[in-house]
Design a protein around this ligand. Structure first.
Ligand SMILES: Cc1cc2nc3c(=O)[nH]c(=O)nc-3n(C[C@H](O)[C@H](O)[C@H](O)COP(=O)(O)OP(=O)(O)OC[C@H]3O[C@@H](n4cnc5c(N)ncnc54)[C@H](O)[C@@H]3O)c2cc1C
Ligand SMILES: O=P(O)(O)OC[C@H](O)CO
Ligand code: FES
Length: 487
């Protein structure tokens, strides 16, 4: 198949590039090895839209972070995903460290971050009553925010798809070759693709693809971050995102509310070798707990409902590698996209799409659809809105996930929409069915029934998250209606 641009990877970066490219009159494809978008690092992070005071002035990280953070609010309205400007705080526990806090403020100002302020005295606990009384000063960044990383990525991808980008899921890229006549051949485990331009947004694997075509070798080390996610009962423990002073390994363990009302605590930062190493460990979670207690001794860790880990794509030079490879015309990298990659994604999308469009001398389309509507959210709707939804479709009155109040109507919508859910996790990321306190113990079988019915699938073929994750092992008996019961 022939394309103008092929994007490798449908994380938040690949999806943002796809959406921006879909503004142009170009034939674009996204190749993703997983069964859905947002299955890599984009699904396992702190979900913070950083204000932009951490990155070195002049770096790509600084430039993209500040621009991305400024774009996020308008984008959340355009594409209908949850985002909240809750503000962030960096705590300082020793008078001797106050110069470090001041240096962060100066760096933020150089980067163009607005409203930074150092807070001391009584105001500290007025801002955040539950934090430690050892806090001597803090840096307040009113433009820091939180976002739903799944909904952000899915919204970008859906909108790209509606605007004509082809997504090939379950398609693993095996090799990228430069063609003598110009352009590239991309070999996958399914078909071969020919393309004038490649956008390499393969997360922790971006070095592998860059090194196939460029002499400027990249080296990405996965840096693991482990987390505890706490019940919604703990969601009000803090209202801002609470950081400690950063170290050379990153921004450290934070405590933050999520846009959905949970409390998130983490991450650790450990360099590992395995690019698939997303298991949590007792040691890592122990470290999360002890470091979080430094910020707030009473952080309610007994309310943990799940734990998870994500991998930062740390490149040896520790900046984003963005743009056309010097020795590979038409090959654009989005490599080394560790934190603040989520915050930066809208800006990276814009930047790389402009570069690729310029290379291809592409023109903007007139019929670009810039908006998208999310699935109705019954849990947050008013009684009148719920009545209206049920009037149109009674399935919006049938609650499937009790913990998160997700209805059959929402699940059907998640399956039927563009780039719809095909697995239990796909439904979970789009609707939150399964994200509650019981972690899908109650709702999974009911969601599976809907998936099987909607997709005309044998229930034995249903998966949690694609290849290698079948949910049922066999039939135990047929019930009186002739329907087989499985386990
Ligand atoms: C612990 C942690 C905390 C973080 N917290 C934040 C935060 O709070 N704020 C922030 O701004 N940033 C944060 N980040 C960074 C942010 O999550 C990442 O920068 C961002 O998600 C990277 O997106 P991506 O699309 O580049 O990578 P990914 O989401 O990993 O996407 C890459 C995609 O490429 C696919 N792929 C790989 N190989 C192939 C292949 N051979 N063929 C086809 N497809 C392939 C993968 O399946 C994947 O879907 C954090 C990261 C971590 C690990
Ligand atoms: O630890 P860092 O610096 O990679 O940052 C990760 C998140 O952005 C904040 O937890
Ligand atoms: S019922 Fe769905 S998570 Fe508990």
């Amino acid at each position: 198949m022939k394309y103008d641009v092929v994007i490798i990877g449908a994380g938040v970066v690949g999806s943002a590039v796809a959406r921006e490219l879909s503004r142009y009159d170009l034939k674009t494809a996204v190749l993703e090895r997983e069964e859905d978008v947002c299955c890599g690092t984009s699904k396992a992070n702190s979900a913070i839209v950083h204000a932009g005071f951490d990155a070195e002035p002049g770096s790509m990280k600084a430039r993209m972070n500040v621009r991305g953070s400024k774009m996020m609010e308008a984008l959340s309205k355009e594409l209908d995903f949850p985002y909240k400007k809750n503000g962030s705080l960096v705590l300082c526990f020793h008078e001797t460290d106050i110069p470090k806090l001041e240096a962060l403020k100066t760096r933020g100002e150089e980067n163009g971050v607005e409203g930074l302020r150092i807070v001391t005295g009584e105001e500290i606990h007025k801002l955040e009553p539950n934090i430690s009384h050892d806090v001597k000063a803090l840096l307040y960044a009113p433009t820091g925010g939180i976002v739903c990383p799944f909904k952000l990525t899915i919204a970008l991808a859906e909108n790209a798809s509606v605007n004509g980008v082809d997504f090939f899921l379950n398609t693993e890229v095996k090799a990228v070759r430069k063609l003598e006549k110009g352009g590239y051949e991309i070999e996958t485990d399914r078909e071969c693709y020919e393309t004038a331009c490649v956008v390499n947004a393969a997360g922790v694997y971006a070095d592998v693809f860059n090194n196939m075509v460029s002499g400027r070798k990249l080296s990405i080390t996965p840096r693991k971050g482990e987390y505890c996610l706490l019940d919604k009962k703990a969601g009000n423990f803090v209202s801002h995102t609470v950081f400690q002073l950063p170290t050379k390994m990153g921004k450290g363990v934070l405590i933050t509310p999520t846009v959905h009302g949970n409390l998130l605590v983490g991450p650790t930062a450990d360099d590992i070798e395995d690019k698939e190493g997303i298991q949590t460990t007792a040691r890592g979670l122990g470290k999360v707990a002890s470091l979080a207690r430094v910020s707030a001794a009473d952080v309610p860790l007994h309310m943990v409902i799940t734990s998870f880990a994500g991998l930062r794509a740390t490149e040896k030079d520790e900046d984003f590698v963005l743009g056309e490879a010097e020795d590979a015309e038409g090959f654009f990298n989005a490599a080394g996209i560790e934190s603040p990659g989520l915050s930066s994604a809208p800006a990276i999308g814009e930047y790389l799409a402009e570069l690729a469009a310029e290379r291809l001398q592409a023109k903007k389309k007139e019929n670009f659809i810039s908006t998208r509507e999310d699935i109705p959210n019954v849990a947050q709707a008013s009684p009148e809105e719920i009545a209206e939804l049920i009037k149109k479709d009674p399935a919006y009155g049938n609650v499937i996930c009790r913990c998160e109040t997700v209805t059959e109507g929402e699940i059907i919508n998640a399956i039927r929409r563009p780039l719809g859910a095909r697995s239990l996790d796909g439904v979970k990321r789009r609707t939150r069915a399964g994200m509650g306190r019981c972690q899908s113990g109650f709702c999974a079988p009911r969601t599976m029934e809907i998936l099987a019915r909607e997709l005309h699938m044998d229930p034995l073929e249903l998966t949690k998250a694609g290849k290698g994750s079948k949910l049922l092992t066999g039939v135990i008996k047929e019930n009186e209606t002739g329907i087989t019961e499985t386990f």
